[in-house]
Ligand binder design. Sequence first.
Ligand SMILES: [Zn+2]
Ligand SMILES: [Zn+2]
Length: 345
Amino acid sequence: MTMTTAPKPRDRRPFTATEQEARLPEGAVACLSCGQAVAHPAPGSLSTLSVWPVNASAAAQRGEALAPSELSVGRCEDCAARHARAVALVTVLGLGSIPGTGEVEADRLDAALAALDVIGHRGDSTAPLTRTPGEARDLIATLAHLGGGASWSARVIGGRGFGLCAPRRWAHVSTGQVTEIGAAYRDLFHRRMETPEQIGPPIENGVLPGCGFCGVGALYVRRSDAAAAWGLEVGVQPGQLGGKPTPDLLRCHLCPACRRAVEIVGAPGMPAVERALLAFADDYKPRAPWRVNFPADTRAWAALPLGTAPNRSPWSHLNVAKLRSELIRLEATGVVRHSLPGEPR
Ligand SMILES: [Zn+2]
Ligand SMILES: [Zn+2]
């Protein structure tokens, strides 16, 4: 069993320590995560950090030969239990990128859980944040970098903490870091409380009130996800979308499905419109648009007269049923399907 202890107050050896650091007791190692001294680390729990001198790059420029110092670190009981929890969660939730692996994901999840640990949430109290793979990934994306940055090993690799430890768990973490973790945690918690709703694109300053291609006026998303769902504003020329040319570009946002078509085709013109329409009409099966005879009135919603209300469902300004019959007819005549680069066959 790993025993943990704080440095003894009666230790009168001279040391230059701040409140964030204390001299590491003889024979102990620092916990690589929370920084406290681990008095009797189990041999299997040790790992080695390679620490380069703080001024390594300047010395290297002067042509001096440099070698990193090796420093043993361990895991205290609390941090070992948290890491084991992360490893188990990666398996249970299937977060490993390749089946049977998941070491990297476990370390990242542990870093996110460590950030929660810094602000006092540990053990079972973190369970509501990791119930599904999506929740665990959200937790990782929000907090892993902050938890990693707050770890004792980050301090050591940054050139501080050699021969030192944190006088108590997380004592080395700055007030600024704690504030940042707290803010990110509140954001995460707030997102979890939200329920999806119908949200339209941002329409300040004359931006069109629907997806420029399919014309859908609202996406069913959480409010905090709406900006990402609608993406960046794009400038489109109605003349290149099946409509009459205008002197100026129209500004709009595109829904995720239409954005994907633009990404595949490379530009927001008619080929991308046809691809997005086809993906919608054909249940998102990849098919080469140039083999389909599109009806002559095929156009993007942004190519309709200014002031046209957005669609309640995608592409409802066009006769999608007619296009579907054309696709069924093509299917029956045995037209060969092709996929474009970047799409599954
Ligand atoms: Zn620890
Ligand atoms: Zn769209």
